[in-house]
Every structure is written in C-alpha cells, then in structure tokens.
Design a protein around this ligand. Structure first.
Ligand SMILES: [Zn+2]
Ligand SMILES: [Zn+2]
Length: 332
C-alpha cells in the first residue's frame, strides 16, 4: 500500500516531530488516502503504486522506498495474516534529531575521517522498524543457602570470634511483561540488546501508516525459535532479584537455586531504529540511534592521516615540556 496525499498526490509519510501523517510536498496534515499496491509476485517483484516501476523486494522487507520515484510504500503481504504486527513504538525522533545526536556523540571523538558527519552523508540515514517478539513470563524462584555472620570482640585478655550459621531460604515469584527479543537475522543480537531499553509503556496497537516514510522488516525468526533467548533473560533477571534479596552475610554457600519460568503470552512488535552506514577505506561502519530514546551506538572509523597529525602534536608538546624542566634545573 501507498499513502497518497488527497491534496497534491504526493507521498504522505509519518512525521515523528508532528506525530501525524504529513505531506512533505504541500505540508498538509492527515490528508492521506491509502492506495493498494499490486500483489507481490513469486519472483519478489512489486509494481510501485506511485510510479508504476517494478521494484525488487528482499526476502523479509515489509516497507521500503521505491528506487525510481523515492516514495515509501508498504508490502501488504508482509503486514497481514500471521505477519500482522500486534504492537508498535512509532518513531519518536525525526531524522534531524537523529543526525544531531550522532554529531554530538562523534564530534567529541578524535580521528574521525572528514565527511563522516557531513549533512550529505548523514542524509543517507534511514529509519528502520526492527521486528521483535515480546514475551510475558511468570517466574517461580526458590533459593537455599548457608550464610554466616561473624562477630569479633575482646575482653582485654582474649580476642573472641563468633561465627553464626544461618539457613537462608527464599521463595519468590515475579511476572515479567514484554521481554523483548529481536526477530531479525540481519540485525545483530548483541547490537539490539545494547540499543535497548525502550520505554515499553509507549507501545501501541500497530497501524500500517506508521511504516510510511521508513523501512521495515517482517519477523524472520519464529517465536518458538526465539523462546530460549527470552527465557535466558528471565532467568538472569530472576537470579538478580533473588541474589539482591539476600544480603548482610559474611559468606554465603549456595545449596539450591531453582528458577522455573512459564511463558504466558507473546506479542509481535515493531521497534524504531535509525541506521546510518558509512563506508570508509573498504569497510562499512554502522551507527544506530534508538528511534525512541535517542541512545547512540557505533564505533568511529579512524582516519590514518589524522592520527599522524595528532601524534605529531603530542610529541611536539612533550619535547617543549622536557626542555622547560631542564631549564629550571639549571637555574637551581
Ligand atoms: Zn500534499
Ligand atoms: Zn515509484
């Protein structure tokens, strides 16, 4: 589907700054009309509903930009039936805010190559919705340990040490809501774990219009396949809760720890990430900005020319400093 402006026929996109569907051509708000796209063919081609050009669609793409006319559209087959997302956090930060956050972060770092943070390069940044499964769990936790407390005192003649032993037991349970696990093969799991947390209270019912203006993927790893990752997270958090509840002992010897997580419900959700890919000396550097919280992730490429210049400056300063000290010593 394609969101067309009723006033001027342009492509209406979701504008995170205005929190509305906005026409970038005539500035009208909420004037969109949904135009259905022709069906996706078996060879993964779709005809752009805006300009009629045939567009190649990748295996998991659910929203994209037409390379011919530049308009954004949604692949109907990838957002319906079993692929219909239940929940979404719509982009909260617009492209300009994401650019500013990246600049602020990387301007501080030395050795970044020229052109890395120019407006022209940063314009290639795209907003992408990443598919996640959100798991609800109930966790039963049991813990037994032997704890010791030690008391020292003296009566003038002797030093006393008293060690008391305690049977420490804990039986707790907790409900974990919306434990997120990314369901995209292309997105690095470690990266997605780092770009969290999102503020999950802002999850809302999915609406296709939020995808207009962005790229998106449908889930490409199944909910069952990802269950072990959700369970690991629940077990780790449960362990932390258990251990935090036991304190004040000099030593603690664990006898038994049982954590039994039970899966209660699963939702399919889309979460927003800005992605900026910068090619430098044959290598691709990827930067991500959480599209809701603004958290920035990425490694800076190091410009070789600049390192040498910086090294020289430091060396020069050191030499001057050494000379100054010698001069003072001679005077003394
Ligand atoms: Zn318009
Ligand atoms: Zn087109």
């Amino acid at each position: 589907m394609f969101f067309k402006c009723r006033n001027c026929g342009g492509n209406i996109v979701y504008d995170p700054d205005k929190k509305a569907m906005c026409c970038p051509h005539c500035d009208s708000l909420d004037s969109e009309e949904k135009v259905d796209s022709p069906a996706l063919t078996e060879t993964l081609k779709v005809t752009c509903a805006s300009c009629g050009a045939p567009v190649d669609i990748k295996e998991h793409t659910s929203a994209t930009r037409c390379p011919n006319c530049g308009n954004y559209f949604v692949i109907d087959e990838r957002v319906t039936g079993s692929f219909k997302p239940h929940l979404i956090i719509p982009f909260k930060l617009g492209k300009n805010t994401a650019k500013d956050l990246l600049r602020k972060e990387f301007d501080k770092r030395p050795f970044t190559p020229q052109g890395f943070m120019t407006n022209a390069s940063l314009d290639k940044m795209e907003g992408t919705y990443v598919p996640f499964f959100m798991y609800d769990y109930h966790s039963d936790m049991n813990y037994q340990a032997v704890g010791t407390k030690v008391r020292h005192w003296s009566d003038g003649s002797y030093e006393y040490t008293e060690t008391s032993y305690y049977d420490v037991t804990r039986a707790m349970n907790a409900d974990f809501d919306k434990v997120p696990v990314d369901a995209s093969i292309a997105m690095d799991d470690g990266l997605m774990d780092l770009i969290e947390p999102y503020n999950y209270t802002e999850l809302e019912g999915h609406q296709d219009k939020y995808l207009s203006g962005f790229l998106s993927e449908k889930y490409n790893m199944g909910e069952r396949e990802l269950t072990p990752r959700a369970e690991q997270k629940v077990i780790k958090d449960s362990q932390e809760m258990l251990h935090a509840s036991v304190s004040g002992y000099a030593t603690l010897t664990e006898v038994n720890e049982t954590i039994s997580p039970t899966k209660k419900a699963v939702d399919y959700a889309l979460l927003p990430v800005w992605e900026y890919i910068y090619g430098y000396q044959g290598k691709e550097y990827k930067y991500h900005v959480n599209g809701q919280t603004g958290k920035v992730l990425g490694e800076t490429p190091v410009a070789k020319g600049k390192v040498i210049a910086y090294g020289c400056t430091v060396f020069g300063l050191m030499a001057a400093f050494g000379f100054l000290i010698r001069a003072i010593l001679l005077v003394m």
